[in-house]
Every structure is written in C-alpha cells, then in structure tokens.
Design a protein around this ligand. Structure first.
Ligand code: DGJ
Length: 727
C-alpha cells in the first residue's frame, strides 16, 4: 500500500499489493483518470492521457475545450460545461444555473482513513491505511469538493467518497453527488449485476455493454430486492479464475444508481452513488455534505479473486460487531412455525424440544406486541401483548433461559400501522404528503426517520423492551418500500433531502442500539433480503438473506449474495417441507448443508418433526460446531453454479493456511445414464498432499484433474466432503 505524488509530472499513483490506480492533473486544473488495473511499477504513465491527440488539452486548444471535456477521462465530472456523458456532480445555484467546474487546488496524503460523519464506512488502524485527498473548487460558487481515495495494507480495494463544502456566500442545491466515477477504454466489457424480487434476491445476471447507458438502481428508499448496489464490468469470458473484473459496491442502504455508459469514442464510464432522482440537498454557506463510500475492487483473476477481496475487507474492516469472529448461537425462529398464531406456551414447547436437540437460542418473531395477530396493526406499539405472552416478556425469557437457551426478539422500528396507539397519538410521524392519500404497503406507513424526535421516541420504546428482559439477539426488520415522500418537519426546499435523511436516521438508531446494547447480536432484515448491503453490515454482522428458505432456491440466492458478501453474514435457516415459498420437498440433509453456508438456524415447528428428522437435527448441530470456524473465517471458492448448468452446484471453503477445506456439492437434478463427474477443486496448495475420503491426492491433482463425484439417485441430494492436508 502506497500513495505517491510526482510533483513534477503532477501524477498520483495509488498502489495496493496487486493493483495501481493513477490520477493526473491536466493543465493544472483538471483531475483526470489515467489508469486502474494490475499493479504497475512504471512511474511515468502520463502518456495514457493522450494529451497530444486531438482535440488536445484546453491550454493548447481552447477553441475545443468542449471536445476535450467530452472525451477525456475524468475522476469527478460535473454537469453543464461540455462533458455530455453521465456526470457525477450537479449543483444548482441560487439563480437557477446548473453548470459547475471543480478545479484542482491541491492535495493531501495522510496516514489512516477518516470515518464519514453519520455514515457507515470502512475502517482501519492508522498505520494500516492511507488516504489521498484531492481538493477541487468551483470558484464562482465557492463550492469545494474533496475527492477521497483510501487504501488498506491488507486489501486490494480502493475506497472512494466525496466531501462537499459550501465556502461561498449563497446557499446552493446539490442535485447529484455521486461517490465514484471510473473512465476507461472499453474492453468489450459486460455488465454483471445482482437482480431479483421478493424471495428471489440477488440472482447474478451478465449482459453485454452496448453504446448508451445501462444502469442498476433503486428508488425504493432501500437497497431493494430487485436491484442491488453492486456492479461489475467484466471482460468477455470471465470465469471464477480468469478475466478482468472491475467491481463497485455501495456502502449505503437507500436509493442508489450504478451505471455503465459506452461513449462514441468507445470509452466506458462507470459511476455509482445516491440516485439523483428525488434528491436535492440545500447547502447553506458553511455547511457540508458527505457522499457515502464506494468500494472498488479490481481483479485480474476473475470473479473469485474479487469475491475474496470483498469478503476479507468486510470481515476485517467493515463489520464491527463483537460477534463477527465468533460462532453465533444456533437459533430457532418461530416465524415459519407459527406465523402470528402463537402464545408463550407454544414458544416454550418449541424451545424445550429445540434445547434437547442442541439448539441454543429461541427467536420470537413478528406478533408479540400491541394487538398484533395479523400484519394489519400495532407497528409502533412496542409493548408486549400479555394476552399472548401471559406472564409477560421477562417471565417468558427466564423460562427459555431455564432450558439453557438464549432469547431473541423481532422488531420493525421504522414502521407505523395506521391501526396503532402510536399513530393515533402522532399521526404526523408518518411520512406523508398533506392532501394526498398516503401509500400503504402491508397495511403500514413509514415513520419519518429524518426527524430526531421520531427516532428517539421509537428508540426509547424499543430500548425499554430490551431492558425489561435478558435479550441476546434482535432481528430488525423493514417490510415495505418508501413512497408518498413528504416530511412535516422539512421546509419546501428541503423535501428532496428526505430519502437520504431517512437513511441517516436509520443509521443513527442502529448506532445507538449497538452502543447501548453492545452484547446484543443484531441481525438486519428487510422482507427477506431487501437491505442486504454493506451499509447495514457495518451495524450487524448478519442479515436475513431471503424469505425463501427452500434449499434449492437458496442456491442461486446465496451464490449471488456470496459473490460480494462474506458467508458469515448470510442468514440461512433449515425450514419445513413442502417449503412455504415454493412447495418443494427436499431432503432434510440438503436443507442443513445449504444453511451451513451462512449463520445457520432453524425455522420450523420442531415439535412436529419425526424422530428421524430430530436425529438429523442433532447431526447438523454437530456439523455446525465442527465446521463453523472454517466456514466463517475461510476463503470461499465457487466451483459450479446450478443457475448456469441446471444440474449441480458446488462451492468450497478453504482455511486461510490451506490446511483444511470443506467441499459442498448439491446434485440438483438427477440424470439417467451419466458417468461420474471430475470436479476441479480450488484454493488448495498444489504442492501439498490432501486426504479425501480415505484417499490421498496432491492439491495440484485435485485442482487440475479433479475429485471424482459419483451420481446419486434422486433430486436435490447434497454432500459435504472434508479435505485435510496430510501431516
Ligand atoms: C419479513 C421477514 O423476512 C420474515 O422473516 C419475518 O420476520 C416477517 N417479515 C415478519 O413479519
């Protein structure tokens, strides 16, 4: 890790262990992009700017400044001056103009990495990070923009954000403040993104990048089920091991846009940031605005290397929870077991049976508060329903503890039911536009988390519940998207700040929760996996991945999620069959194996399992204890994708020192008259010998010739195979 400035050539080089990012100052004022890719030890990269090619730089050919602006590669392009590609920055002045020119004024290279005020961000010790700050100024408006680039000693990521200050005399309106822009020559790139829906989150899709703009975005007020704040540009034919990959992932949980644009000159501009639609931010003189971070990862060894770079960075420098490197208690959640139809007796029956099988925590899901017996009331009434939980919460928790189990609870702090005491008391706390029908979704409104008194009011109610009993875990849910955006606390010219202020309010409350209750294990959730993003990971070490708990549907969901996020963060449970989302019947063993690639737990009425299934629960519990350290901390290698090949799925987790690995293989569909398959493993030491099923092979053999996998009768069969280095 090193950041260098060549004073004479006016060139910045940002090096990680195996990548280089190059920036140059052109004509003393433009911040131009030179290079991003594999590590280069060459210091003179200025030729990459093509300064001697038409239309030449403005100091030589002022006549063609527009042509220069529209074809050169920039770090942070603004609107309105002649670069007609997607801009990263747009500001409206008091007199209504939208042009700005951020001119280079200086730089600072510092040790460490600054935290971003009110926002989740990558962190690290001072000596393990370095940051480049490039200062730019729009002289007419007095708007200063600081472009931040941070790198870490042990990572190949480049982390970017932007800090904007109004040093002028008049207030301005920020209309777009993206966090990162990357201009490159096209290499026949393809766009890879994660797409889906409720119960079908984060399926990988790859598409060719043609001329024009292709974007991935959310305007739902959260990162969303449908599109995901991640985009990669990959060279054609990129596999897990080969090909070039440029990944961008947004450390943010609200509206976003990620875009790739191919221009007339076959250059590609990749951008990411807060979606400008529905966004304006008034900046008074002296005020500042911070754009959330984008984590950029370049890999010259395919998707696998990119994945492992993200996993390691997030496990070492993003997730803060004290539980991150610990085995989490195996939980049983009552949602799919009972939905709203439960009482304390039913919960205790589940807990009793579960504790006998080695399950360690009972999680009481939705329906324990107010008058909630369906999803049509009581959000906001955060006090226990004693008709359901007779004897009260503390009594229930103590009884669960007597069984040797911990206790966890579900909440949905951001929401308010029109049918609730809270709404009757504070109707103005809901996000709404006066005179317009407020959009309901799942019979609920959204609380105006841009207002501190709303966040404080809800926080106090929930904190009271958490203080009232020995609660070890909280599942924070969020079950609808935002709409009819209006805040009674914001003036007309600040209504465009609501989406972002809402997200900041959520972050403030999560921050407070983990500060006041440091021992509580927090799991985020949003109607399944609609807010599985790095922003939320900063606060919680795990996130519920999807409401679809079917093991086969989960293969694609978990494959897409694990493309970017550590498997230790993926909430995954064994549930009952026929599965409640798809009606599929899968072997109990397969459900266990798929859930092992995650936080692992159960979500079924355990009192109704057969004796054979109960025995299998014990086996799975043992397997979890045996392998969780490896799965949580190891390196993840994707070997095969059923989403691509239809028939089989496979992945491996390899211990960092390569001494041990666990191979997962799922035969999705059985086929007649087929031979065995040689599955090429990955991540092992080629020169060491390994034991597999009582036989010895070299790592090289297993990776080049492959391990023989024989077909089985029946669909949806899974196998886990231990691979250990010979002593
Ligand atoms: C959506 C979550 O994803 C489910 O697990 C469950 O908690 C329900 N909400 C409860 O309303």
């Amino acid at each position: 890790m090193k950041i260098i400035f060549d004073e004479e050539k006016k060139v910045f080089l940002i090096h990680t262990n195996s990548t280089t990012y190059g920036i140059a100052i052109v004509d003393g004022k433009y911040v131009a992009h030179m290079y991003y890719g594999k590590y280069l030890d060459e210091r003179d990269l200025r030729y990459l700017l093509r300064e001697d090619e038409a239309p030449l730089v403005p100091s030589v050919n002022l006549r063609e400044k527009g042509a220069f602006l529209d074809c050169a590669a920039f770090e942070y392009p603004e609107t309105g001056m002649g670069d007609y590609r997607e801009s990263a920055f747009c500001v409206r002045s008091q007199d209504g103009h939208r042009a700005s020119e951020l001119v280079y004024t200086g730089y600072e290279i510092m040790e460490g990495k600054p935290a971003l005020e009110g926002l989740p961000s990558v962190w690290g010790k001072k000596e393990e990070c370095a940051t480049l700050k490039i200062f730019c100024l729009d002289r007419l408006l007095g708007i200063k923009a600081t472009l931040l680039y941070s790198v870490m000693e042990d990572s190949d990521a480049v982390i970017r954000s932007v800090f904007v200050e109004n040093q002028g005399k008049e207030s301005v309106y920020l209309e777009k403040v993206l966090s990162a822009c990357l201009d490159m020559d096209d290499r026949n790139f393809q766009v890879l993104g994660l797409f889906g829906s409720w119960a079908r989150e984060r399926h990988i899709q790859r598409m060719p990048l043609g001329y024009g703009r292709q974007n991935i975005a959310s305007l739902k007020g959260e990162s969303s089920h449908q599109e995901h704040p991640f985009m990669a540009l990959v060279t054609p034919g990129t596999t897990q091991e080969t090909g070039e990959v440029y990944g961008m992932n947004f450390v943010y949980s609200g509206n976003f846009i990620a875009q790739a644009e191919k221009s007339q000159f076959d250059s590609v501009r990749m951008t990411m940031g807060i979606h400008p639609e529905g966004f304006t931010w008034k900046l008074e003189p002296g005020e500042h605005f911070t754009a959330p971070e984008v984590v950029m990862v370049y890999s010259d060894q395919g998707l696998g290397k990119m994945t492992r770079t993200y996993h390691d960075l997030y496990r070492q420098h993003l997730i803060r929870s004290p539980y991150l490197h610990k085995k989490r208690p195996i939980l049983i959640n009552n949602w799919e077991a009972t939905y709203f139809d439960f009482d304390e007796k039913k919960l205790l029956e589940i807990a009793k049976e579960a504790s006998e099988l080695g399950i360690e925590m009972l999680v009481m899901d939705d329906g324990w508060f107010g008058k909630r017996n369906l999803d049509d009331s009581s959000l906001g009434d955060w006090f226990v329903n004693e008709e359901k939980i007779k004897g009260g919460l503390n009594n229930l928790v103590e009884n669960v503890k007597k069984l040797g189990m911990k206790f966890g609870i579900w909440v949905e702090p951001e929401m308010i039911s029109p049918e609730s005491e809270l709404y009757r008391k504070h109707p103005d706390w809901a996000i709404q536009i006066p005179g317009r029908e407020t959009t309901q979704s799942r019979a609920q409104y959204v609380l105006d988390f841009s207002r501190q008194e709303v966040v404080d009011g809800v926080y106090e109610m929930i904190a009271e519940v958490l203080r009232s009993a020995d609660i070890s875990y909280v599942k924070w849910d969020m079950n609808r998207q935002l709409a009819t955006m209006g805040s009674s606390a914001l003036p007309a010219d600040r209504q465009g700040e609501l989406y972002h202020r809402y997200v900041l309010g959520v972050y403030r409350m999560q921050e407070r929760l983990i500060r006041d209750f440091p021992d509580i294990l927090l799991e985020n959730c949003s109607g399944g996996g609609a807010r599985f993003d790095p922003g939320m990971l900063y606060y919680s070490p795990q996130i519920w991945c999807s409401d679809d708990t079917d093991a086969i549907e989960r293969l694609a969901i978990q494959e897409g999620t694990a493309l970017v996020y550590p498997v230790s963060a993926m909430g995954a449970h064994v549930s009952v069959c026929p599965n409640h989302s798809v009606g599929r019947v899968t072997p109990f063993e397969t459900r266990g194996d798929v859930a092992l690639l995650g936080t692992f737990g159960y979500e079924l009425d355990i009192t109704k399992l057969t004796e054979e299934e109960k025995t299998l629960v014990k086996v799975q519990v043992e397997k979890y204890h045996k392998y969780n350290d490896l799965i949580r901390e190891g390196d993840y290698y994707r070997l095969a994708s059923a989403a691509e090949n239809r028939y089989y799925d496979s992945w491996m987790i390899v211990e960092k020192d390569k001494s041990k690995a666990l191979l997962f293989y799922v035969q999705v569909l059985s086929r007649a008259n087929v031979k065995s398959r040689f599955l090429r493993l990955a991540g092992l030491d080629p020169d060491k010998r390994y034991q597999v099923d009582g036989k010895e092979y070299s790592g090289r053999t297993l990776m080049q010739a492959g391990l023989r996998i024989t077909p089985e009768m029946g669909d949806f069969r899974s196998r886990t195979i231990e691979i250990s280095m010979c002593q």
